[in-house]
Write a protein that binds this ligand. Structure first.
Ligand SMILES: Nc1ncnc2c1ncn2[C@@H]1O[C@H](COP(=O)(O)OP(=O)(O)OP(=O)(O)O)[C@@H](O)[C@H]1O
Ligand SMILES: [Mg+2]
Length: 397
């Protein structure tokens, strides 16, 4: 088929041609905005899921929806060990300028900007970010030096300014598991105060599956503040098929039913894998309908592409010992495994293997679904490791 017309969209945060299976989350988001606009409190949400399931795409949809309702929206992908307070300050600055251009700032907006100045002087005195704000700091607010208190002052003032402008402010934070505990705690505390006052300022996040636990450890009330919808594989009978069929059909191309079965089986309905398979089989198939034979014959290409684009970068971020740990896990199967069992696989005690396991969690390659257990954050990582790193099987010390 003509590659120029190929509708499939494998990539990080690349919008799929048919966004399927996420109606519930999108509906919840609409409800959230509408309730906040009307002065009702509403639980916010943090979308959780494995790598490549569509978290970033969903945040992008949320951003578009919030913008269509004229909310001030700020998007931010948290990076590991990146400075939090200066980034937060620049995001709040953007939000204030979206609420109204500076020439039209009301007293409330100017007050929020003064608190932002205090916040910036407190946490990054030499930050250049206040350049252009041209406003005095407000002494005694947002300048205590305690992050959660000062962020709360900043959020409350911003929320009040948004309410006065009859709109709202939304922070869309991706990779939220990379916030440090104190930063997550400060954010939760600030949002909690705003929720208690029914202010139209909220945060919708996305992250790896450990985030509900991290949030719970940061503040016990985080479960009342957030819902943590889990997104994952698309339903094999409906959504996963639609993800392939609908975009192709729009362009007059059909899939034979058993071709779809093969793709859905192989990908297990994981969104990123579906896009990658769809893209390749489209390019390589001579005519419509795309048959099972077409589909089967490109499988090695698909696998090679996934290894290159999705798995290898992750495996490359590990040390040799870490890779052996992952391989030992893979040998045990795709599900979560006990730390003790994996340690045995690399001939170590649980205590000896503890630091390796922690580093893998820290790098975002593993998460802990329950006490003493760890699982891969990358779907089908076990399969990848077994096929590409078979040299590690029974490797000596
Ligand atoms: N609902 C969906 N239906 C079909 N394809 C989807 C859907 N959601 C996402 N995709 C596709 O899956 C791929 C991965 O999406 P995205 O980057 O949003 O995942 P992610 O969860 O943010 O992954 P990561 O954890 O690696 O950041 C993209 O190619 C996207 O087009
Ligand atoms: Mg993402």
């Amino acid at each position: 088929m003509d590659p120029r017309k190929n509708p499939f969209a494998p990539g990080a945060g690349t919008k799929p041609p048919a966004l399927v299976g996420r109606d519930d989350q999108i509906e919840s988001f609409d409800v959230l905005l509408e309730r906040l606009e009307n002065g009702y409190a509403e639980q916010s949400m943090i979308i959780t899921g494995l790598r490549g399931v569509g978290k970033t795409v969903l945040l992008e949809v949320f951003r578009e929806k919030a913008e269509a309702r004229e909310w001030a929206t700020v998007e931010w992908e948290v990076e590991k060990n990146s400075p939090f307070s200066s980034k937060m300050a620049s995001q709040v600055r953007r939000a204030l300028l979206q609420l109204a251009p500076k020439a039209r700032w009301t007293n409330r907006l100017a007050r929020a900007a003064s608190i932002l100045k205090s916040f910036t002087l407190t946490f990054n005195p030499d930050g250049a970010m206040t350049a252009g704000l041209d406003i005095d700091a407000l002494v005694g607010v947002g300048d205590s030096g305690t992050l959660s208190e000062d962020l709360t002052d900043l959020f409350v003032a911003t929320g009040e300014a948004a309410r006065e402008q009859q709109t709202g402010v939304i922070f869309l934070l991706d990779e939220i598991q990379y916030l440090r505990p104190a930063e997550l705690e400060a954010l939760i505390a600030a949002l909690h105060r705003c929720a208690r006052r029914s202010l139209p300022i909220t945060l919708v996040g996305a992250g790896l599956p450990q985030i509900p636990r991290l949030a719970g450890e940061a503040k016990s009330y985080s479960e009342r503040l957030f819902r943590f919808p889990v997104i994952g594989e698309l339903d094999a009978k409906t959504d996963a098929r639609d993800a392939l069929v609908l975009p192709a059909r729009d362009l007059g191309v059909e899939f034979e039913s058993d071709a779809i079965d093969l793709i859905v089986d192989y990908t297990q309905g994981y969104p990123y894998f579906l896009q990658e398979y769809g893209k390749i089989v489209w390019d390589e198939s001579p005519t419509s309908p795309i048959s099972r034979i077409d589909t089967r014959s490109v499988l090695p290409l698909v696998e090679a592409k996934l290894d290159e684009s999705f798995f290898r970068v992750r495996a490359e971020r590990t040390t040799e010992l870490e890779l052996r740990y992952l391989f030992a896990m893979a040998e045990l199967g795709p599900q979560a495994h006990r730390a003790s069992e994996v340690a045995r696989g690399i001939d170590r005690t649980t205590e000896q293997a503890g630091p390796v396991r922690s580093r893998l969690i820290d790098k975002g390659l593993l998460y802990t679904p329950g006490h003493g257990y760890a699982a891969f954050t990358v779907p089908q990582f076990d399969r990848y490791l077994l096929r590409r790193h078979s040299d590690l099987a029974g490797a000596p010390e």
